[in-house]
Write a protein that binds this ligand. Structure first.
Ligand code: ISL
Ligand code: CA
Length: 547
């Protein structure tokens, strides 16, 4: 039986606080800025906001390196501003989902500082310290941000583990006191009115005891060595059950796991209704065509997306719930991956939105996606701010790759494509000062103000589809029935009781023949001509007149 929940009916909007809205002219987005844009989000049809980290942080990885879990970064505002934001959201009937980063802390976190200063400190065991020699790392694990996953601390005569940047120290979840601290911290935010959490790399928290060496063959295959010892570790499910039971034992508190490396099949173990762990996960298998990585420059084949969702919509059935997303702060714009040509941008953006709002699952929009924002035309490394991009460039340089090739790879995958300021109007509208990271000027043509009220715009397409989804039980809870179609067309129905919708999508950049739906179907929306064959990337939605 299908369990109903607010977050299954919701549209979630991810805000990258640093780049959404600046309120005081320092060029950095902040909480007061977000507060000033809540009416915009409400009018778009957003039900919940997911805030990327706003905690106190030295910002080595843009806030995913937390120094103090119970404080707001001064650049973003204060706890009072945070409370005002929660109140502003709740007044408008919207909810707040916080980012929770508990696989690691900043090396500047007090726990780590104490652990470093005193080997007998109780905090020493909160992390993975290994005493030794500076020329021999404890194992061969590599960091996701290039190089070894171990950092040498001369003052302590010891190594410490960091799967991400050298300032993001992995926490040791084997330690029960640490787990209790995390539970208490989460409850503290719950008491401030937070409605749910997005748990950063939460599938990495349990590591194989003893941290054995990674298999170099697996390492070569996936590009990171050691991952088999923590991407689905021995106590992962136990730790998640503890979090659910002790920190968010409330069916209304949504828990979304960010789980790189976990495919949809394994994901069922994390989100099954009977598991008592998470409500949804983000897995990433649909974001690249098989055999490709984020740093490859290639045209994404939408035929793969059709196969992927056709399979997983059927396999997830009633007992599991999917997240539906294309853009986030860790990836380039999906619209550019599908077709980078400007003349196709609008049609592709509408097609992707149609997928998100008519399949079964919770749609997550990332800021700017609703106006069809595309990748940025960066021309040199100096324009980038992301630690991952710079580390990768340094690593490739050290291994002798030519500068032009290095830049091409970084440009294909840099996370900064989605971290540039939100485009509110032709002047930008993000800040009155100098933004902390500059976009490529495309905001002059692609922005909110230009599209508001223009019924052909990407923004109004989003608004209309969100409204349609909201008005329909079939589009939220209905089963997904895939219809036969040619290779270049994707065609499915959504049905609940007597209510039924039919969706047809042209996955190609050429006109595609379409078997006309029977007389019982009324056209509800079309992103192209709406009759005859499908225009390139056209999306059409019909409603059954029986329902
Ligand atoms: O960049 C990656 C590896 O190539 C991604 O897998 C990414 O790092 C991964 O999805 C984890 O992302 C999350 O945790 C990171 C942080 O940098 C990302 O912004 C965050 O979303 C470490 O906290
Ligand atoms: Ca500011």
């Amino acid at each position: 039986p299908l369990r109903e929940a607010w977050f299954k009916e919701a549209v979630v909007y991810q805000i990258y606080p640093r780049s959404f809205q600046d309120s005081n002219g320092d060029g950095i987005g902040d909480l007061r800025g977000i507060l000033s844009r809540l009416d915009y989000l409400k009018a778009l049809g957003v039900d919940a906001v997911w805030l990327s980290p706003i905690y106190d942080s030295p910002m080595d990885d843009m806030g995913y390196d937390i120094r103090d879990y119970r404080a707001v970064l001064a650049e973003f505002g204060t706890l009072d501003d945070f409370d005002a934001l929660v109140a502003g959201l709740h007044e408008r009937g919207m909810r707040l989902i916080m980012d929770l980063v508990v696989n690691h802390t900043s090396d500047e976190h007090e726990w780590f500082q104490q652990a470093l200063a005193d080997p007998d400190s109780p905090y020493r065991d909160y992390y993975f310290f290994r005493e030794g020699e500076p020329d021999a790392a404890p194992n061969n694990w590599t960091s996701f941000f290039s190089g070894s996953a171990w950092r040498w601390f001369e003052e302590a005569g010891a190594w410490a583990l960091h799967l991400f940047s050298s300032k993001q120290m992995d926490l040791n979840w084997e330690n029960a006191a640490l787990r209790t601290e995390i539970v208490e911290m989460v409850r503290w935010w719950r008491e401030r009115g937070v409605d749910g959490f997005r748990l950063d790399v939460i599938n990495y928290i349990s590591k194989t005891p003893g941290l054995p060496p990674g298999n170099p063959l697996i390492g070569r295959l996936i590009g990171f060595t050691g991952m088999e010892h923590y991407f689905h570790g021995p106590r992962l499910h136990e730790h998640l059950k503890q979090l659910r039971a002790e920190a968010f034992d409330d069916p209304d508190c949504v828990a979304i796991g960010e789980t790189p490396g976990i495919g949809p099949q394994m994901g069922k173990l994390l989100v099954g209704d009977d598991r008592g762990e998470l409500d949804m996960i983000f897995n990433f298998e649909h974001l690249e065509n098989p055999g490709r990585t984020r740093f490859d420059d290639y045209r994404y084949d939408l035929g793969y997306l059709k196969r992927y969702y056709t399979r997983w919509q059927a396999e997830y059935g009633d007992g599991y719930w999917m997240s539906l997303f294309f853009d986030n702060h860790d990836n380039p714009r999906f619209v550019s991956k599908v077709d980078p040509r400007p003349e196709h941008r609008v049609a592709v953006a509408k097609l992707l939105a149609t997928v998100q709002f008519t399949l079964r699952g919770t749609p997550f929009l990332y800021q700017g996606q609703e106006v069809g924002a595309a990748n940025q035309g960066f021309t040199m490394l100096d324009q980038l701010r992301d630690v991952e991009s710079h580390n990768l460039a340094a690593e490739l340089t050290a291994s002798g790759v030519a500068p032009a090739e290095i830049f091409a790879r970084v440009l294909a995958g840099t996370r900064d494509h989605t971290r540039v300021p939100m485009a509110w109007d032709a002047t930008g509208g993000f800040t009155t000062g100098v933004p902390w990271i500059a976009g490529d000027g495309s905001h002059v043509e692609v922005n909110v103000a230009l599209q508001e009220g223009d019924l052909d715009s990407v923004l109004e397409w989003h608004r209309a589809l969100i409204a349609l989804r909201r008005s329909s039980r079939a589009l939220v809870y209905g089963e997904t029935i895939t219809e036969r179609s040619s290779r270049r067309v994707w065609r499915y129905r959504r049905r609940a009781g007597a209510e039924e919708f039919l969706v047809a999508l042209n996955l190609s950049d050429r006109v595609a023949r379409l078997r006309a739906p029977g007389p019982g179907w009324m056209l509800e929306r079309a992103s192209g001509p709406g009759t005859g064959p499908l225009a390139p990337y056209e999306a059409r939605v019909w409603r059954s007149s029986a329902g």
